[in-house]
Ligand binder design. Structure first.
Ligand code: TXA
Ligand code: MG
Length: 314
């Protein structure tokens, strides 16, 4: 049977499926299926206070999801969709409140991956989908990552995720005059600001929301299977090694360095897969040195994830 039709059948029956997106793989359910939505939280062991992002396949889907679609949101969607941007807007009263964790707002995204677009269009309904990993753990960027974590799950294989880190999540002030970034991503603050400055008739200020802005943006998240140590101001040396060994109560320390590309787009793409591979390299600690050039743009998003993945920081 065609893979998409099989996925549609599972979703219609209140099940969940693994879906490819350009950011990371998702664990999807039909927004109209209460059983499917419950199953997402159960499968991921995700607390109910952490809201799900809804994925659309066509702009007509917005009508059933949001109750307001202000000019600023319209502009952002026009500019960056389909793509790695989630827009948080007042929710439609008919939308299952469990999707938004009881909040009056919903996060919506139009993913770029053709398989997932086709799935949504065939199902004729948007999909609620968090990243397809156990709660708090590293996000998946390959179908095999998802299959390994959830062996029973039906997964649509769409190849490696091109972006590699989760979408930028943006919201607005109450009057919809300012943009607030809740979670940094590949569509950067600088890119969004530039788009408004160039093409929007009014001056719009794009800023980061005070942390933690969005529910689910917890201090610890994205954690690999073995401890991860982030070096921001110090470097790995013997004194620090002894301290790490002590703090993590390790009999012997066998550490391995996470090395990422100097090009931020490539670093984002490879980061989660590297963390997974290094977790199974026979070592017991992964460490990473933040370098001077790693700031602004996509580095902001990469460091946001690495900060939260870290067990220790120096
Ligand atoms: O790229 C992505 O966004 C991926 C793919 C699968 O689309 N999805 C993803 O979902 O990263 P998840 O569940 O791992 O992260 C969703 C986060 C929440 O933890 C929260 O921080 C924010 O998005 N979010 C979702 N709905 C929100 C809402 N109504 N208000 C504020 N923040 C929200
Ligand atoms: Mg996640």
């Amino acid at each position: 049977m065609d893979q998409i039709l099989k996925a549609v059948e599972i979703l219609k029956g209140g099940g969940v499926v693994g879906i490819p997106t350009e950011t990371v793989y998702g664990l999807a359910a039909d927004v109209k299926s209460p059983a499917g939505i419950d199953l997402i939280f159960k499968t991921k062991k995700r607390p109910f206070f952490d809201p799900l992002i809804v994925h659309i396949g066509h702009m007509v889907h917005m009508k059933s999801l949001v109750s307001k679609f202000p000019d600023l949101a319209d502009f952002l969607c026009e500019k960056f969709w389909p793509g790695p941007l989630t827009v948080v807007l007042p929710k439609h009263p008919s939308l299952n409140p469990k999707i938004t964790s009881g909040l009056p707002h919903v996060g919506v995204r139009f993913p770029k991956h053709p398989i997932t677009q086709k799935l949504i269009m065939t199902l004729q309904s948007p999909l609620a989908a968090p990243s397809a990993n156990l709660f708090g753990k590293t996000s998946p960027t390959k179908a095999e990552h998802v299959k390994k974590e959830f062996p029973e799950l039906f997964v649509l294989d769409g190849g490696d995720s091109e972006v590699g880190i989760e979408s930028t999540v943006v919201g607005f002030d109450d009057h919809f005059t300012q943009v607030r970034i809740y979670r940094p991503g590949a569509i950067t603050k600088e890119t969004i600001q530039e788009a408004f400055d160039k093409f929007f008739p009014k001056k719009v200020v794009v800023g980061y929301a005070p942390s933690p802005a969005a529910p689910g943006q917890l201090e610890h998240h994205y954690m690999p299977e073995i401890p991860f140590v982030l070096f921001k101001s110090k470097k790995m040396d013997e004194t620090v090694e002894n301290e790490i060994q002590d703090k993590l109560k390790l009999r012997v320390l066998k550490s391995v360095e996470l090395v990422l590309s100097q090009i931020p787009e490539l670093a984002a793409r490879e980061m989660y897969a590297r963390l997974r591979d290094l977790s199974h390299s026979g070592k017991n600690v992964i460490y990473f040195h933040v370098q001077d050039h790693m700031h602004d743009g996509i580095w902001t998003a990469i460091l946001d994830r690495l900060e939260k993945a870290a067990t220790l920081k120096y």
